[in-house]
Design a binder for this molecule. Structure first.
Ligand SMILES: Nc1ncnc2c1ncn2[C@@H]1O[C@H](COP(=O)(O)OP(=O)(O)OP(=O)(O)O)[C@@H](O)[C@H]1O
Length: 300
């Protein structure tokens, strides 16, 4: 089974929010959607969910059109969390899961299992408004997964979570993936994407600026990051053409360069100056790639 998105486009009046995005996500895959604010992630998610009709293009799951009628298939953690503050956790989840076609005893069993897993069994009868934001997010996550959807769409699932809760959620997401759930998530936190995803798409102003296997993207990306330690001043590196960024600290310097040739030139330049204690060329982090590709106003 595959989620297939073919050349989708969405315009609001004259504004193009999503322009010609195509991607395939295989069953059991965890797929990352990245992009700056306003890049078109949420709009794409809404189209996958059938909450918005694409202006052009198709979205299918296992060959069939995805529409709002098939939402039992889909679990969704929206970016703008939407729980009723006055309801108890249990009543809120019973209400939402009944809409997904679940029976009450099954819902209660699942609620208890997930609350145990998230180490908050005492929340069952607490009102949503009594919970901290991070804990409300756990409940919102439960609302996305309790009915065991085949496709799970998570819009910024880790935002606002402390490291412990973030790890807990990551483990839960990984376990759902192992059990065969197809997961698409967006995040501004590049570390999380690097940890969880094999394939990504990076959007800028509605268009894909980078797409594919994350490891291959990093390997083939021209830009490199070099850590240098030497016994002399390294600020002169800044004037070498192809040096994008130089960060000098007491431990040495980290230089971002456009490509490996510039790295070689730097190596020659500092070798001539004297003894080099450390010279290590690394692939760029996803953070560096994001800033380079999707961050600024640079023309593609
Ligand atoms: N209902 C709407 N009517 C008009 N414009 C919209 C609507 N929804 C989204 N847009 C516009 O479409 C573009 C993409 O927005 P979208 O919410 O998809 O971005 P995003 O990548 O999810 O951003 P963020 O990271 O800030 O959540 C933006 O320019 C936004 O203003």
């Amino acid at each position: 089974m595959t989620l297939v998105i073919e050349n989708i486009r969405k315009t609001f009046d004259n504004h193009v929010a999503v322009e010609g995005i195509s991607l395939k996500v295989q069953k059991g895959e965890m797929f990352g959607m990245l992009g700056a604010n306003g890049a078109g992630k949420t709009t794409s998610f809404r189209m996958i969910l059938g909450l918005l009709d694409p202006t052009e293009g198709n979205i299918t799951w296992d060959g069939d059109r995805l529409s709002y009628k098939r939402t039992k298939l889909i679990g969704y953690l929206p970016e703008e969390r939407g729980l009723f503050p006055k309801l108890t956790v249990k009543d809120q989840l019973i209400y939402l899961m009944k809409l997904k076609g679940m029976k009450k005893p099954d819902i209660i069993r699942e609620i208890r299992q997930w609350l145990d897993r998230f180490q908050v069994p005492e929340y069952e009868n607490k009102k949503i408004e009594e919970l901290s934001k991070g804990n409300q997010q756990k409940i919102q996550f439960m609302a996305a997964v309790l009915h065991k959807p085949e496709i799970l769409i998570l819009d910024e699932p880790f935002s606002g979570l402390d490291p412990v809760n973030s790890d807990m959620l990551k483990d839960a997401v990984r376990d759902l993936q192992k059990a065969g759930t197809t997961i698409v998530f967006s995040s501004h936190q590049m570390r999380n994407v690097e940890e969880l995803c094999e394939d990504i798409i990076m959007l800028k102003e509605g268009k894909a600026v980078l797409q594919g296997n994350l490891r291959e993207i990093k390997r083939s990306y021209g830009m490199k990051s070099i850590s240098i330690r030497a016994d002399y001043e390294l600020a002169f590196l800044r004037s070498i053409p192809g040096v994008m960024n130089l960060d000098v600290s007491k431990d040495g310097a980290v230089v971002k360069v456009e490509n490996e040739r510039v790295a070689e030139e730097i190596f020659r330049a500092i070798s001539e100056k004297g003894f080099v204690r450390k010279f290590e060329v690394e692939e760029p982090s996803l953070h560096d790639i994001f800033i380079d590709k999707a961050g600024g106003d640079k023309d593609e």
